[in-house]
Every structure is written in C-alpha cells, then in structure tokens.
Write a new protein. Structure first.
Length: 535
C-alpha cells in the first residue's frame, strides 16, 4: 500500500470492468529511482530522482517520505544535492545543464544554466563546486551570488559525485578512467589517489577520515585510505550504485536503476531501507516460456514469481545496447529493443551481446517482430513507422502524429497508436485506416484472439477493440498511469547524448500465453495483471 508522500497518491484504486480482475503483479514504487543522496540537518536523507524530476526526504526512523520538489515542478531531472549553512538546497539538473537553488522558504531559482552534464555538487566551507559528467567535462567553482563561474579543470573523463576532504582538497571520481582524483580547489592541480575502479560514481568521507566510494560497474562499496590509496571492500551489492552519504555515522547507498536505498552496516551486512522497484516501467514482453520482461530506462528486468525483480542487463553492463525503452521477445533469449539514444538492436542479455539494427532514429518507442525476421519500430519524433530487416530500412507509414507503439495482427496487418492524434491506425495492403479514435493519449497496444488492447494513458484506461466488428469497451479505468494526481504537466527530459536520449512516458501492454494482459503502470512504477474473471 502506498504511504503518505509516495510518488503516486490516487483517490481510488484501479477499477476493472465487469468480467475482469486486476492484480498488482509487482509492488508500487516509492521513488523514481534514486540518484544523489544528502544528509539534511534534520536527520533525514534527501534523495534526488532524475527520471522522475522529484526530490524526496526519507525519515530513517519511521520510513516516511516527504516530497520536497514534486514531478511537474520547477526542478527538472535532479541528479545531486548539497545544502548550504542556511538550509538552502542546491541541485544539479543533469539533463537541463543547470544548477538551481531550492531556498529554505520554498522558492526555486536558477543559479546557472550553462553547465552541460551538471552532476556532482558539494560545498567546501562556503565555496560551491560542481562538475560535469560528460566527455570533456569541467570542474567549476560557482558564485552563489550568480557571478561567472571559475573553471578549475577541463577535459575531465566523466567526473561524478565529488566531496571535500579533511585535507582541504576535493576528491573527484572519474567514471571513464576508473580513478579518484585529489584536486587543489585553488589551483586545480591534481593527482590520482586510486585507479582500477569499476565505474566509480560517488565519494564521501566517513567519520573516521577514510574515503568511501560506490562502484557502479561492480556494485561494490569501497573504503579507501586517501593517503596510500589502499582499498578494501566494505560491501557487495548489485551494479548500478549511484551515490552515498552518512547520517549519524550510518552509511546509506542509492541504486539509480531501481531506487533501492540500502544501509551498509559496520560488519558489511546490508539492510534494505527502500526495496527495488521500477522507475517507470516502459516496454513489456512475454517470452515463449511465459516469463515477463520489463524495460525500464536503465535496465532490463525479468519478473520473478511473487513480483521480485531480476536485472538481466543494465545500461553499462557488458554487451548492453544502452538505455532500453521498447522490447519484444524473439525466442531463445533474444529481444528486439529500442533505446532512448535513437537506436534499435537485437539484444542477447544472457550472452552479454547485442547486434545493432539501426541508429539515428528520432525517439523510437514501441517495437514488434515481423514474420520475415525484421522488426517494426514506432519513431515518435519522426512521425514514422519503420520496418528494419538486416541493413534495409523501409518507411511503412509517415506523417503520423506522435506514434508510440506498434503491433502486428494475426492477418499480417500492422497497427500503430498515435498519442497526439488520439487514435489507432491499421496500415498494410497499401492503405491505412483509423480503427479506434476519440482517445486522449494512446500508448501501448497489443493484439490477442481477435482483439486489440490499447492503453489510453491520458484517460488512464485500457480499451479492448474487437477487430472484426469494430466494437470497443473500456475494460479497466482509474489506472495509475502517467502524471500523479494534481500534476497537469510533466516536463519532458531532454537527454544528454551519447549517454541518454530524450526520456518520455510510455505505458506499454503485453499478452501472456494464458491471455493475461500485463500493463506497465508507469505512474506508480508497477506492473498490473488484467484478466477475465473466472465464471
């Protein structure tokens, strides 16, 4: 059950039509992933959530969450956080090239908007430092009064969440080279403290003076002697670790892909504070053996019995094609996928490999398999549906108004949902026709037994269309899809090539071998199962 302050608070639960049942297959998420962590003076842990444009404060004594900056607000894609002595919260907005200030009184103002890839942020005394996590990133000191920044270093290999040391230096993890640098905050002179790390994502100093580092690539939390560079493993989690901080001497780490907050105990044991859950989810696919796979921006998951999540590949794992958005199962552990970076691929996560099919696409979303071995892709930004087979790409439909998902019917005809036009179109045999209209914002579509099922994200419903007769009915309503109640507009996330493309909502649907419908409830971050009631 959702608790006060969680990400999606609905007035009533999902409502199935007569003859249908709804089950929550995976638990609802309390956060939109978890990125930067910062201990507040009030003893709470403040959590930045980039993909949901939200900042929350977690009370560690009782688990209650208060939303500090809600999705749809003035802060977009927050990645890291830092408090000044007056309680003002400084925020890097990674995909907006900005640093904003959430003042103690609640007002938001933009401090700088010319810092592409703005990521790590920290105060060193009363001095504010920010780095840019991009190729050729910079380390800069910002004037809190709004003056021009002072550039300390340039051409840095993906700097991430930095921290001041007790020796007066800045310590900066470099993701690309697997190093931690020690930097003089006045001259920019620097040296390597330790190397050979697996995607170091953040550093903080422990109360005992040792440096603690999260490794996104290996999932290890390291304790580093800043004098010698010698390191030991404090704990081993899963890949995707993003940040860490200490609250009253207790160590907490965040996982960007699934929103976990984990406490690392002094003996190396782990204590779950917030469980793993979906950021969205996005594309859904059911494999031949009936297993459900879910694409969720930064990772591809298999849903285990009981609703547990098994990460089968994340964006930086070996052989990964990147940030996966649409997914279709092809058998024998192969998936056709689209990525936020404008590419389509065949992904073999269990073999740690992929085959690129196309690149340079304009916001591809849904993907479906064709009988000839090719794939069908909805290109939202380009307004097209593409058939990709080998090195050949054919435009199957053009001048569409926001195509989101595609499906191939039993007779070989193809269907596409047009989110902006509020309709579903069938194309094939040299013609196109509207088969369902009057929708608010259709997204995911799936065909089964002569019916086409459509997720209307704008109306928060699922519509069943009988293809032979054209009759349609709403089979589920009040679904936790899209923006949470009270939010009229979710500002789009622009992306930062080549790491991630534009991020947008995508509520998908898939059909299991038993006829169950699996629905991506991206508003609350869960998967729902919809099935006909037993007589």
């Amino acid at each position: 059950m959702l608790q006060l302050g969680d990400r999606y608070m609905a007035a009533r639960p999902p409502r199935p039509a007569a003859g249908w049942d709804i089950q929550r297959l995976t638990p609802a998420s309390r956060l939109y992933g978890a990125n930067g962590l910062r201990a507040g003076a009030d003893g709470r842990l403040y959590i930045a959530q980039m993909s949901g444009s939200q900042i929350s404060a977690l009370d560690l004594s009782n688990g209650e969450i208060e939303v500090i900056s809600r999705t749809g607000g003035d802060i977009i894609a927050p990645d890291d956080l830092a408090f000044d002595a007056s309680g003002n919260l400084y925020v890097t907005e990674y995909l907006e090239a900005r640093v904003s200030v959430l003042e103690a009184g609640g007002r938001v103002r933009v401090l700088r908007d010319d810092l592409p890839g703005a990521n790590g942020i920290t105060f060193h005394g009363d001095r504010l430092f920010v780095d840019e996590c991009r190729f050729g990133g910079r380390l800069v000191e910002l004037d809190v009064a709004g003056g021009a920044p002072c550039v300390l270093l340039e051409d840095m290999p993906l700097p991430n969440a930095l921290a001041p040391g007790p020796d007066g230096r800045l310590y900066v993890p470099l993701v690309q080279t697997g190093e931690i640098w020690r930097v003089d905050p006045d001259s920019g002179a620097h040296e390597v403290v330790v190397g050979g790390l697996a995607l170091p994502s953040a550093v903080k100093f422990a109360p005992d003076g040792y440096l603690v580092c999260t490794q996104g690539g290996s999932g290890e939390v390291l304790r580093v002697d800043p004098r010698s560079g010698q390191s030991t493993v404090l704990a081993k989690l899963d890949p995707g670790l993003d940040n860490l901080d200490f609250v009253d001497g207790r160590l907490f780490v965040s996982t960007m892909s699934d929103g976990r907050i984990t406490e690392v105990l002094s003996n190396g044991d782990l204590r779950a504070i917030l469980p793993a859950s979906f950021q969205s989810p996005l594309g859904l696919a059911v494999s031949e053996d009936g297993a459900l796979y879910v694409a969720d921006n930064f990772a591809l998951y298999r849903v285990r019995g009981g609703g547990g999540l098994e990460c089968v590949g994340w964006m930086s794992s070996r052989g990964s094609p990147g940030c996966v958005r649409g997914v279709a199962a092809r058998g024998e552990g192969v998936f056709a996928v689209t990525m936020t970076g404008g590419r389509a691929a065949l992904y073999r996560p269990f073999e740690c490999s992929h085959e690129l099919l196309a690149e340079g696409l304009d916001q591809p979303y849904g993907v479906a398999n064709l009988e000839n071995g090719g794939v069908l892709v909805a290109e939202f930004g380009g307004g097209r549906v593409l058939a990709i087979n080998g090195r050949e790409t054919t435009v199957m439909a053009r001048d569409l108004d926001g195509p989101m998902d595609v499906e191939v019917g039993p007779d070989g005809d193809c269907f596409v949902s047009e989110a902006r036009a509020g309709r579903v179109v069938r194309f094939g045999r040299g013609q196109a026709e509207t088969v369902l209209e009057g929708l608010v914002r259709p997204q995911g579509i799936a065909a089964h037994n002569g019916c086409l099922y459509v997720v209307d994200a704008g109306a928060k419903t699922v519509v069943a269309l009988e293809l032979a007769s054209g009759a349609s009915e709403v089979i589920a309503a009040d679904l936790p899809i899209g923006a949470p109640p009270g939010v009229t507009e979710v500002k789009p996330l622009r992306g930062l090539p080549p790491f991630v493309g534009p991020l947008g909502p995508f509520a998908a649907i898939a059909v299991g071998p038993d006829g169950r419908l699996f629905l991506g409830a991206d508003g609350e971050g869960s998967v729902l199962a919809l099935r006909r009631s037993e007589a």
